[in-house]
Design a protein around this ligand. Structure first.
Ligand SMILES: [Fe+2]
Ligand SMILES: [Fe+2]
Length: 182
């Protein structure tokens, strides 16, 4: 490969990297605002005490799902309601208990927790139809009714990837944790 080719290639990679960095910071900024809004009216950060998958808490699972949902939507140029996407994703697992603890009320957690999360989320704020759809349908296809909005489809998909990642990895989302103001 000639020097000119290498220079052009490295310039392209640099520009691409730069775009991704700007992209990420922009999403982190939006996410930090939304987290502050939620924390002001709820006990949202207390979900950090509940483990979701592996050693990842419900808090960091929810933040990661929100971050990567908006990232994916922007990457694929899916026009979406950014606020509803973030609120729905952040509250999609706001069920407020440790589902690993064996209790009668935790039975069938996979099927029931979207409704529990929705009930808790509705105590924080009035949810619009997109936010409601994101929360109540995020376990599709385990729960049979599919999401109907682009935002809820994206969150449903990203939730699966984040859950798998957390199940098979320890110390997840370290770079994201450094950027989030908690
Ligand atoms: Fe869930
Ligand atoms: Fe989830």
């Amino acid at each position: 490969m000639s020097d000119t080719c290498i220079q052009q290639l490295s310039k392209r990679i640099f520009i691409k990297k730069d775009v991704i960095i700007i992209f990420s910071d922009d999403i982190v900024y939006e996410l930090n605002i939304k987290l502050r809004e939620l924390a002001a009216v709820s006990v949202f950060f207390t979900i950090d005490k509940y483990i979701q998958h592996g050693d990842t808490s419900c808090l960091w699972h929810s933040i990661a799902v929100a971050y990567y949902s908006l990232f994916l939507a922007r990457l694929l140029h899916i026009s979406c309601d950014k606020n509803s996407l973030l609120v729905g994703a952040l509250l999609h697992d706001y069920f407020l208990y440790d589902w690993h603890v064996k209790e009668k009320s935790h039975k069938l957690h996979g099927f029931r927790h979207p409704k529990a999360a929705l009930n808790n989320a509705e105590r924080i704020k009035q949810l619009n139809t997109i936010e409601t759809d994101i929360i109540i349908k995020h376990m599709f296809p385990l729960t049979p009714v599919p999401p109907i909005y682009k935002e809820s489809m994206v969150v449903c998909l990203v939730d699966k990837f984040c859950s798998l990642h957390e199940t098979f990895h320890k110390d997840t989302y370290n770079s994201l944790k450094r950027k989030i103001d908690i």
